[in-house]
Unconditional design. Structure first.
Length: 52
């Protein structure tokens, strides 16, 4: 049950989608829509292991 992450963007806004597959199906959670600069900082923190 390893999560996968996606960096999604549209119209100058960005959010991060987290998906975990299990026997019961997929559990999808998304961050709030953020301006690109703030979302990219969050994305970098996630990749560095500093965000949850």
């Amino acid at each position: 049950m390893t999560p996968s992450y996606e960096l999604c963007s549209a119209g100058g806004l960005v959010h991060i989608r987290r998906t975990v597959q299990s026997a019961e199906g997929a559990c999808v959670r998304e961050s709030p829509w953020l301006r690109a600069a703030a979302a990219h900082r969050l994305w970098e923190s996630l990749l560095d292991g500093h965000a949850r």
